[in-house]
Design a protein around this ligand. Structure first.
Ligand code: CMC
Length: 428
């Protein structure tokens, strides 16, 4: 053991190996501690616990750094495309031109979906939340491709599942979105690129020309890139956790979608717009809501502010803030909720409560504003996040399986009743 930490419990010293990452992060390896001492470590919410070693994404919350496979997010957002970033995350290196063309064509070969899926979509009530629909549809893919359930299938076959997921998820999203809107569905168009094709499937009408605004295509592409991975967050850990039981990739992704749905995670961008609308409906008094957010007896939080990891700024928010300003200028959007957003941002950035706790606008604050401006309904925001996060989940699932990680199984500290005798119902 080259470097180790010492832990003394009841006078006995245990040596715990120190693990160092390639960016100098340090961990104390406690994996054998229980076997040696019967003691576990407790860390509710895993705020200080590494669940894996990973080569995919590096982030430094203090310095505001985010890199996919070593490449800074700023460079990828400026110079790359979402599909290229997807390849990078999943396969570990930037693709050559021919590798990219092959990947692109493999995805296009798989972006149609079985017509029977329409029957499943038809079964949902018209007010069903699109994240619930999408996670159900992701699970339903196991029924169309039952061979995916075999945990021992070859990596060629896993690759096919990967192409199917990246190809089909946007089609499923657009199909269910149009079903809910009651308009006919635009099938994927092989002559189009991934993001323009998605926007056309979402907003185009089959018999009509659909004019794509390059500013919107670009903004959507950036939003997807910026959401593509974020190391061991709630949904990604869920995907790895579910996959660790050797559940299929489709099932693991469906679990990730459900984890992402919550308002503290991928649902935050939806929660941002709902919060802005509530403030507007309540008379638009921003300071009242700032006070509510600061009041410890009030459960209200400013949605789109704060981050578990980024404690100085969220580099993704910085990139999107610029885009948000460009889009709002270009589209001449003038809406009361955007005025409220700007006021909130201004006040929160100056107010001691937010400054002291390092609560800056996060990526969801600006992605919510952009998606609202380009006409994506609020309920669909977490769905857009899902499309963006999909390559990250896949890359993390693949890494976990390639590394043959054991099934996830945390311990607990039991705080319930001690042993007691059962009392029959009639005597209680
Ligand atoms: N509004 C008001 N107070 C807040 C907020 C907020 N948005 N976020 C944190 N605080 C306070 C919190 O009450 C606590 O105060 P105190 O120290 O006085 O008790 C302090 O700041 C630290 O908060 P925390 O809950 O320990 O921070 P956390 O790291 O556990 O939570 C968070 C991070 C993102 C869940 C939280 O900031 C939050 O609920 N934000 C709003 C929801 C949101 O925007 N979520 C999207 C996150 S980014 C998407 C992603 O990458 O997944």
């Amino acid at each position: 053991m080259s470097k180790y930490a010492e832990l003394i419990i009841d006078g006995k010293t245990y040596q715990l190996p120190i693990i160092e990452g390639s960016e100098g992060e340090v961990a104390v390896d406690i994996s054998k501690l229980r076997a040696e001492s019967k003691v576990i470590t407790l860390d509710i919410g895993y705020k200080n616990t590494g669940s894996t070693k990973s080569e995919i994404t590096f982030l430094d919350g203090e310095k505001g750094i985010l890199r996919y496979r070593g490449y800074p997010i700023e460079q990828l957002a400026e110079q790359s495309t979402f599909l290229e970033v997807a390849y990078l995350l999943i396969y570990g290196a930037l693709p050559s031109k021919s590798e990219f063309d092959q990947f692109n064509s493999d995805i296009k070969k798989n972006w149609l979906i079985h017509e029977d899926v329409k029957k499943i979509i038809d079964g949902f009530p018209s007010n069903a939340h699109p994240m619930g629909i999408l996670s159900s549809l992701a699970t339903s893919l196991t029924a169309f491709f039952p061979e995916s359930l075999d945990p021992n299938r070859s990596w060629d076959k896993v690759n096919l599942t990967i192409h199917r997921l990246i190809g089909k998820i946007p089609t499923l999203v657009a199909m269910s979105f149009n079903k809910q809107r009651g308009v006919p569905f635009n099938y994927p168009n092989n002559s189009m690129d991934y993001v323009p094709n998605f926007l056309k499937m979402m907003f185009g009408i089959p018999s009509e020309e659909y004019e794509l605004d390059p500013v919107i295509v670009n903004a959507m592409d950036k939003i997807f890139i910026l959401h593509a991975d974020h190391e061991q967050n709630c949904s990604t850990s869920t995907v790895r956790f579910v996959g660790s039981s050797q559940a299929s990739l489709y099932a693991s992704i469906a679990a990730g979608i459900n984890a992402l749905w919550g308002p503290l995670h991928g649902g935050a961008n939806q929660a941002v717009i709902e919060m802005l609308e509530n403030i507007e409906n309540d008379g638009g008094d921003v300071s009242k809501y700032i006070e509510k957010a600061k009041d410890k007896n009030d459960p209200f939080r400013l949605m789109g502010f704060g981050h578990r990891v980024y404690k100085n700024f969220d580099p993704r928010a910085k990139i999107l803030k610029k885009r948000a300003d460009q889009i709002l200028d270009k589209m001449g959007v003038d809406s009361p909720i955007l005025d409220i957003a700007k006021k909130l941002e201004e006040v929160a950035l100056k107010d001691d409560y937010f400054v002291e706790r390092k609560l800056y606008p996060n990526v969801d604050f600006y992605s919510g504003i952009i998606m609202n401006a380009i006409g994506i309904p609020t309920q669909m925001f977490p769905v857009m996040f899902t499309i963006g996060r999909l390559p990250g989940w896949i890359a993390q699932w693949k890494e976990m399986r390639e590394n043959k990680e054991p099934i996830g199984r945390p311990r607990q500290i039991y705080t319930g009743a001690n042993e007691r005798d059962y009392i029959p119902l009639e005597k209680r």
